[in-house]
Design a binder for this molecule. Structure first.
Ligand SMILES: [Zn+2]
Ligand SMILES: [Zn+2]
Length: 207
């Protein structure tokens, strides 16, 4: 596997001019104008001014992407938050998608997730509909994601939520295997722990 920095540099061809790449703490920050085009939809071609933050331990931590020019309205329908950060759906669904598509490099993440996302938003803005069903997102989506990815019910999830989840626990999918020998092969345990905190807080607010 190639180093992350050269992996990121290999994506410069996807940008107009040369993007700027710098290190900031434990992250790379990539800034530039990204060409967004999907085969068969050339009429929807566009260029988006983006800031992409790539954690040093990608793909264990996922990149965050901001659109700088406000070309995309910052609302739920456009899967953009108020800070201009793109929503790719829940991380757990992303990890599952990356596993199924064998996405290991940042270059693949950029081409198959980020650029495709901008294409979908553009499709929505021009044609009024998403080319695919919008992803599950936010905390409500988080619960749906867990139920779908692990094929479990609300009740199953509630049971698992009590107690700290560790990598050597039984997997959530009821395979009876340890998490790290099952879904934990491609979903970091830290992601599960963080999501559980979010879900618990959300369920308490709703109670
Ligand atoms: Zn979203
Ligand atoms: Zn499993």
């Amino acid at each position: 596997m190639i180093g992350l920095e050269s992996d990121i540099k290999s994506t410069f061809v996807c940008f107009e001019d040369n993007p700027v790449l710098r290190k900031d703490g434990k992250e790379y920050v990539l800034e530039g104008k990204l060409y967004c085009c999907v085969k068969g939809y050339e009429e929807l071609y566009d260029v988006f001014n983006v800031v992409i933050v790539v954690p040093f331990n990608f793909p264990n931590l996922l990149p965050t992407v901001f659109e700088k020019d406000g070309k995309i309205p910052r609302n739920v329908d456009c899967h953009m938050n108020k800070e201009g950060q793109c929503c790719f759906g829940t991380n757990i669904v992303l990890f599952d998608y990356m596993h199924r598509k064998n996405i290991l490099s940042f270059r693949q993440f950029l081409e198959q997730i980020i650029i495709v996302h901008f294409f979908q938003v553009k499709h929505f803005l021009v044609k009024g509909q998403w080319p695919q069903k919008p992803e599950e997102h936010f905390t409500r989506g988080l619960i749906d994601s867990y139920k779908r990815i692990f094929n479990i019910t609300d009740n199953d999830l509630r049971k698992i939520l009590s107690g700290k989840f560790k990598r050597y626990n039984k997997c959530l999918c009821k395979s009876n295997r340890r998490f790290d020998k099952c879904h934990g092969k491609y979903i970091p345990v830290e992601q599960i722990q963080q999501d559980f905190k979010t879900i618990i807080a959300y369920l308490q607010i709703r109670r």
